[in-house]
Design a protein around this ligand. Sequence first.
Ligand code: PHE
Length: 466
Amino acid sequence: MENSKQKGKFQSNFGFLMAAIGSAVGLGNLWGFPYKMGNGGGFAFLFLYLILAVCIGYSCMLAEFAIGRKSGKGAIGAYERIGRRFMFNGWIATMAPFFLMMFYLCLGGYCIKYLVANFGDIFGASWGVGDVASGDFFNTFVADPVQAVGFTLIFAVLTIVIVMGGVANGLERFSVIAMPALFVMLLITVIRSVTLPGAAEGLAFMFKPNFEVFKGWGWLKVLASAGGQLFFSLSLASSALIAYSSYLDKKENLEKNALIVPAADTTVAILCGLATLPAVFASGLEPTQGPGMLFVTLQTVFQSMSGAGPIFGTIFYLLVFLAALTSSISMLEGSVSSFMDRRLEKGKSQGRTFLCLTIGGISTAGAVLVALDALGAAGLPHLFGFSTWLDTFDLFSEGILMPGGCLIMTIILGWIRPGYIDDEIKLSGSYRSKPFVEICLKFLAPVFLAFIVVVQMDGFFKLGLF
Ligand code: PHE
């Protein structure tokens, strides 16, 4: 464990990259991207997504890396360093992971359940999925409070224990093993999926360019879907990346890192599509998104594969579990990092263990509520007319705090304090992308993020704008 007066450092740029890519690669890649790409015009969607990734993803990520490393602090301290009046935006970023974890920890628990069940199927164990229809298996599992809460707690404890280990011994040590392993498992699943008879239909669904969807105001819909996806997938405005970059050595090149992380995240998202969609079509199923795709449709695929199905199921759910865990640890670290600063400023010890337990504990309480809610099936009361608690916590995080906070960041760095990040980026590189980043932060990103805020409200409250 690190010295209690210091928050710790990544030991290598590779460790930093694995942790940051681990944060970005998560459930969003697996259950959002492939479906949205297929429905949003295939290659045409990808083209649009890549433009957004370069203009918005790269610039906002570079900005977060720079304000994090410049201050050496978590989100609250990082914004305070820009100016005391901007500290509130650090609070916004620090609160986002509380709500994110409230549903992510529960979904991570579902991943463990499916990992265990598919592993059991390899040798016909009674706790496997067996011949039960996958929809029934899923509904029975989520409606069983002991199991749903139990697996959520296991996932929450794993998240908390890794973050308690500190930067080098917890986050980095876990990420440098988990991410390469995840990548290998993803490649195995891709090879199996694309070589199944009937896989071509899935490839066509995902890639075939379709400009029809752009007709009329359709392009705005596609832009909305690509933008929402990009934003969540890159873990922007959630305090995670600010915290991670604050632990990065000053000699490491921020521009390069801000290119590598979105590039890797997008590559993995495409591979996730190749791992899932061909198999879904080969089994005569229709793709969907969300938990239904991950836990019902894909489980049906593994059940329909003769012989080796449970082995591929085990590999697949292990990779989903690792993707979720490397994301959840970054959420917890984001908040913990901000609060550690506050303690250190008061002359106290950093209190990593205490903060992991309290912040992790509060988020776990929310996750238990989501688990008990059984995706709305348990009949618990809900807020704002939503049908699940997952949607409520998602509204606070993905809907309000994250796009709102990112919008405020671009206004601060683009208009109020332009040039603030320059010296930090120049410390370790030429900052050749400066003119481009400035245009993005000043004009493109604020307009786009304001649009995303509207899109999110439209999605959550079904306003019917898009
Ligand atoms: N990027 C993660 C995903 O795609 C989610 C995430 C958001 C992780 C914010 C950390 C912070 O699932």
